[in-house]
Design a protein around this ligand. Sequence first.
Ligand SMILES: NC(=O)c1ccc[n+]([C@@H]2O[C@H](COP(=O)([O-])OP(=O)(O)OC[C@H]3O[C@@H](n4cnc5c(N)ncnc54)[C@H](O)[C@@H]3O)[C@@H](O)[C@H]2O)c1
Length: 279
Amino acid sequence: MKQFRDRTAVITGAASGIGLELARRAAAEGMNLVLADIEATRLDAAAATLGLPAERLLLQRTDVSQESQVAALADAAFARFGGVHLLCNNAGVGLTRVTWELSTADWEWVLGVDLWSVIHGVQHFVPRMLKQAEGGHVVNTSSVAGLLSTPGMAAYNVAKHGVVTLSETLYGELRAAKANIGVSLLCPAWVPTAIHESARNRPDRFGEAKPAAGLSAAYDERMDQAVKSGRLTATDMANEVFTAVMEDRFYVIPHRKINNAIQLRMDDIMNLRNPTPLG
Ligand SMILES: NC(=O)c1ccc[n+]([C@@H]2O[C@H](COP(=O)([O-])OP(=O)(O)OC[C@H]3O[C@@H](n4cnc5c(N)ncnc54)[C@H](O)[C@@H]3O)[C@@H](O)[C@H]2O)c1
């Protein structure tokens, strides 16, 4: 996708972190913006910092884990701007616990926001994007957690691995269909955002996660520190995404130091070796 000006971007999880920086970059490129987030107040405040005229902006409170709300978002976006050219399925939450301490509610919350959201995004936007003459591009935010199996993050890992294979499958199918729609997969490592405060967005119906203790608490603390000390910023992620979209490049893996860990996992698989612990 080469042309952004006067085209329309839909970005989920746009009230904070990487989503907000994607929105900032899309605004700078002259796009119309449809911004969605579960946190309406924070979304309003974030959008106000973009300095966009009202006619180029649509804000919609959306819980992306709910199909009806993603469908409503698509309806609103196409009705308002007549097309959607850049779809960023970006909203996400994290939860750190050892696998045997994750409750069903924990799994459902994380898989809902991190995996079902992307499924619903593809279901409700791509068929309509296929009908537009201008084509478009889908950006799915996964994580290096979608390429590795970091301890303490089973629900997140499962969701993000799901986003990787969903995106790879979608890419192949769109090529087979000779569709004018690109796909990019963003897999960041640690980026200082509000991801470690994800519990703020856990709906009441799931109850609270049990407090982390022992190994879960140690992993949680390590995660917190890793996110806070991330060297690359959310702005860097947005810039990498836009470069990839312009180049029609699929894999966006900004933290290149992670390559060794990816290679190690692949070597373990190819050599039928037991998984090398990641720490
Ligand atoms: N920060 C990192 O280190 C990191 C690393 C790898 C991948 N990611 C991924 O990047 C994406 C963005 O996260 P971030 O780091 O900017 O975190 P963030 O918490 O700053 O932003 C996430 C946004 O998603 C929104 N959100 C949460 N639940 C939602 C729901 N049900 N419906 C709609 N919106 C919802 C939040 O309100 C928030 O605005 C996520 O998919 C995350 O998994 C982040």
